[in-house]
Design a protein around this ligand. Structure first.
Ligand code: AMP
Length: 188
């Protein structure tokens, strides 16, 4: 199956959706944030991650390329948190099959509430108000253009991230299985 890409601001629920979809389609969930958190990073890169910046594209591309070479990716995979820059998207376009892309659209207020809640549960170092603000700025600056890129380039759907978790999963599954042929726009 085609690669599936979930894009959304921090706290949009893309990690949760990716986990559910991966289980449903029996394909791997590849989160670049998780890969970074599982890696021994040099001090400078760790500093970037801890403060909500974006690590250099080349490092991310190497990490993703190595992961996608693994055998479990041959029947498809879900990318969560990648691509986050237009350069990453163009690199992916040049080397991998064209993806189905979903944008999980949620407001900044909802994001802040969700992330502060997640901070209490998961204890992530980059889930403080200051860092979340920084990550939202990075999102607007670097990742919003990725949304425009996919809007023009590929199979792209916007999902209202305020919908119930299970409804979002069902929507995405239906779209992937082409049971639904109309695009759902959050603004509709
Ligand atoms: P996430 O778990 O997706 O929220 O990612 C956590 C942090 O990892 C981000 O705030 C970035 O510092 C870094 N990161 C994850 N994915 C990428 C990416 N595709 N490009 C650059 N930095 C990334």
């Amino acid at each position: 199956m085609k690669p599936i890409i979930l894009i959304g601001p921090p706290g949009s629920g893309k990690g949760t959706q990716a986990t559910l979809l991966a289980a449903s389609f029996a394909i791997p969930h590849i989160s670049t944030g998780d890969l970074l958190r599982a890696s021994k990073l040099d001090d400078a890169t760790q500093e970037i991650v801890d403060h909500g910046g974006l690590v250099p594209d080349a490092m991310i591309m190497d990490m993703v390329a190595a992961r996608l070479k693994q055998d479990d990716c041959k029947d498809g995979y879900i990318l969560d948190g990648f691509p986050r820059t237009v350069d990453q998207a163009q690199w992916f376009y040049a080397h991998y099959p064209s993806p189905i892309v979903f944008l999980l659209d949620v407001s900044d207020e909802v994001i802040l509430q969700r992330i502060l809640h997640r901070a209490q549960i998961e204890g992530r170092k980059d889930d403080t108000i200051e860092t979340v603000r920084e990550r939202l700025i990075e999102y607007q600056r670097f990742t919003a253009p990725v949304v425009d890129y996919y809007r023009k380039e590929g199979t792209f759907y916007t999902i209202d991230g305020r919908m119930q978790l299970d409804d979002i999963t069902d929507w995405i599954i239906n779209l992937i299985e082409s049971k639904v042929d109309t695009r759902y726009e959050a603004s509709a």
